[in-house]
Design a protein around this ligand. Structure first.
Ligand SMILES: [Zn+2]
Length: 233
């Protein structure tokens, strides 16, 4: 009798121990599953944020490199209204449509618009102008709007490019500087390749003419910018 009850007690003991082990295992399994679920949710949320909710860069925080010649326009209603540009979502490329003119001449023209008065006043400008020799003049700070890209003035940076003739084709020097500036801006502003636009993409205007008439050249240009982003400084 004594032996049996001892066996019974041992049996009960082992059962309890087994139950405790099972309970512990189950609790551990549930913890791991909850942890994996939380990791999964965190991953999805991060992915959605990265893809759809880019943290915009404050344009005012960007310092221009020494290869940009900063010649800001005087603040005036016709070319530099001083309106804040808080978020930059795109870069719009233009051509001057004025063959043979230099970056300096175009910059001075924008600045001379300040002298206008009357009803037939012209309002036009651009953040940057790239000259025939590849020189880059900045006319307007990145933290202010320019008058270049119609509906997109409020969230884009504009770049005017000089060209030697009516075909609108850029010189190699202008082209290289444009690639460099766009790559640098995209890196600084944390923009992706979809941010590159022609004025044509905004309004249908034939600007920049050569890139509108030669779609493949425009696509090649975008590829050159993507490549340049790896080592632009
Ligand atoms: Zn244009």
């Amino acid at each position: 009798m004594v032996d049996l009850s001892r066996e019974e007690r041992n049996y009960q003991k082992r059962r309890r121990a087994r139950r405790r082990r099972l309970k512990r295992r189950r609790a551990m399994l549930i913890s791991v599953m909850v942890l994996l679920l939380l990791l999964f949710i965190w991953g999805i949320v991060s992915l959605v944020r990265a893809v759809f909710f880019r943290e915009p860069v404050d344009p005012a925080s960007i310092v221009m490199p020494d290869w940009v010649d900063v010649q800001l326009l005087d603040i005036n209603p016709y070319s530099r209204p001083g309106t804040p540009l808080e978020t930059i979502n795109g870069i719009v490329v233009h051509y001057t449509a004025n063959p043979g003119t230099t970056a300096q001449q175009n910059r001075n023209y924008f600045n001379s618009l300040a002298e206008q008065n009357g009803e037939s006043a012209t309002s036009v400008s651009s953040h940057f102008i790239i000259g025939l020799e590849g020189e880059i003049i900045q006319c307007i700070p990145l933290s202010e709007i320019s008058y270049a890209s119609n509906d997109r003035n409020g969230d884009t940076v504009s770049i005017e490019c000089c060209h030697p003739d009516s075909s609108g084709k850029f010189t190699d020097a202008t082209y290289s500087s444009l690639v460099r500036l766009c790559a640098w801006l995209e890196n600084q502003l944390d923009l992706n390749e979809r941010s590159l636009l022609r004025h044509y993409d905004v309004t249908g205007k034939l600007c920049p003419l050569y890139f509108v008439e030669h779609e493949s050249e425009w696509n090649a240009f975008k590829e050159d910018v993507a490549e340049k982003r790896k080592d632009v400084s």
